[in-house]
Design a protein around this ligand. Structure first.
Ligand SMILES: [Zn+2]
Length: 121
């Protein structure tokens, strides 16, 4: 007895199929569903590419990104540690936003006295 994978439509033996939320999947697709590719990187690239260039750039930022940009604008430069503390943000969240903002050419990292600081692009 066989059935078809709910994702790639490949024919699979019933005993080799995996059930997930009422659907049958082949092993490959089942693994895909259980461990989707990391969301952060493709998302960062996608966001950057869909954003506008030039002066409209800042108007496309999320409130979260604006907080970071405005903080750096006010100080001239800021280190990651400093922003984690002063903006009360998580390092993962900050790093993800920096990836987007760097792609958008809004912020960039630079070294100062051996430490990495973020400045406006
Ligand atoms: Zn499949």
């Amino acid at each position: 007895m066989s059935c078809r994978c709910g994702k790639c439509n490949k024919e699979i033996e019933k005993q080799q199929s995996y059930e997930y939320q009422g659907n049958q999947f082949c092993e490959d697709c089942y693994m895909d569903i259980l461990s989707p590719p990391k969301a952060c990187d493709p998302w960062a690239v996608h966001s950057a590419k869909t954003f506008l260039k030039g002066k409209d750039k800042l108007s496309t930022l999320t409130p979260f990104q604006l907080r970071i940009v405005n903080y750096i604008k006010g100080k001239g430069e800021a280190s990651l540690e400093e922003m984690i503390e002063n903006l009360n943000l998580k390092e993962e969240a900050l790093s993800r936003e920096f990836a987007v903002l760097r792609h958008m050419e809004v912020l960039r990292a630079t070294k100062k006295d051996g430490k990495i600081v973020y400045i406006l692009f």
